[in-house]
Write a protein that binds this ligand. Structure first.
Ligand SMILES: C[S@@+](CC[C@H](N)C(=O)[O-])C[C@H]1O[C@@H](n2cnc3c(N)ncnc32)[C@H](O)[C@@H]1O
Length: 253
């Protein structure tokens, strides 16, 4: 089966990120990366629960912490839990596209839906200068990241535009071209930072991410050399023979 067909076999609420939450350690890594501090007003968009907001308040002493989610049940649970823990933070049940973010200094924005991303990008462009927007895996559309600790990306207003996707990709990976080692290293970073500690099959996930990173780089013309690296070919064969997951057709498109 083609890799897309395989992905369709995965639970929708996981693939869409709808019911995915970052592990505690990731929030701590992200907040250190963006130097979150006591003068900050922090927003967690699509917060799902109180985890991010609680850590921002309790461990990084932000001035104000606000979680926004359009799922009433999730917001009510977050409000109850934060009250039980006696943490002074705010939760709003609203669509982030209608949310007032004008006082934000730091925003965590982990969305994969292009429509939402493009809508929110327009909104972010009108925020105060020096507002920090954290994304994961990739920067905001056509933007050059301000700082990268992959898979965590810092975008800062006013945004600087990338001339090409190649320029954007290389700014993320910090290399002149993407080879097997770079693809593997960044895939592993993603799996380790987003995956929960007890994740069993992270090697399987890292192989899939590595092939996705390298094949995308190849398609964008920023893969090193013209040949398919032996390691990439080996993993394409392993996925085919042992998991019946096909990547080869992507290289022919
Ligand atoms: C986008 S992901 C966020 C993933 C992850 N929880 C995070 O930490 O960023 C899923 C969450 O976003 C919420 N969500 C999806 N679309 C939304 C929207 N337009 N406005 C507000 N929340 C939204 C969902 O209810 C879900 O809890």
């Amino acid at each position: 089966m083609k890799i897309e067909e395989y992905l369709e076999t995965l639970p929708e609420n996981v693939l869409s990120g709808e019911d995915v939450q970052l592990p505690k350690k990731s929030f701590q890594e992200i907040f250190k990366f963006v130097e979150l501090g006591e003068n900050d007003i922090f927003y967690h968009l699509g917060c799902s629960d109180e985890t991010g907001v609680q850590i921002a308040k309790q461990e990084f002493n932000v001035k104000k912490a606000i979680g926004i989610d359009n799922n009433q049940g999730k917001i009510q649970n977050a409000k109850n839990h934060i009250k039980e823990k006696n943490v002074n933070a705010e939760f709003r049940c609203e669509d982030i596209e209608n949310a007032d973010l004008s006082d934000a200094t730091v925003i965590l924005f982990w969305f994969t839906d292009d429509k939402i991303i493009n809508k929110m990008f327009e909104k972010f462009e009108n925020l105060n200068d020096e507002t920090k927007i954290i994304t994961i895996w990739g920067p905001l559309p056509d933007c050059l990241p301000d700082k990268v600790n992959f898979p965590y990306i810092l975008n800062k207003t006013p945004f600087s535009k990338a001339k090409t996707m190649q320029e954007q990709l290389l700014a993320i990976f910090g290399v002149k071209c993407v080879d097997f080692v770079t693809a593997w290293e960044f895939a592993e970073r993603y799996t380790k930072s987003i995956g929960s500690p007890e994740i069993k099959n992270d090697r399987f996930l890292t192989i899939i991410q590595t092939l996705v990173i390298w094949i995308n780089a190849k398609k964008l013309g920023v893969a090193c050399g013209d040949e398919i690296p032996e390691s990439i070919q080996t993993y394409i064969n392993i996925m085919k023979m042992h998991f019946d997951i096909d990547f080869e057709y992507l290289l022919k498109e």
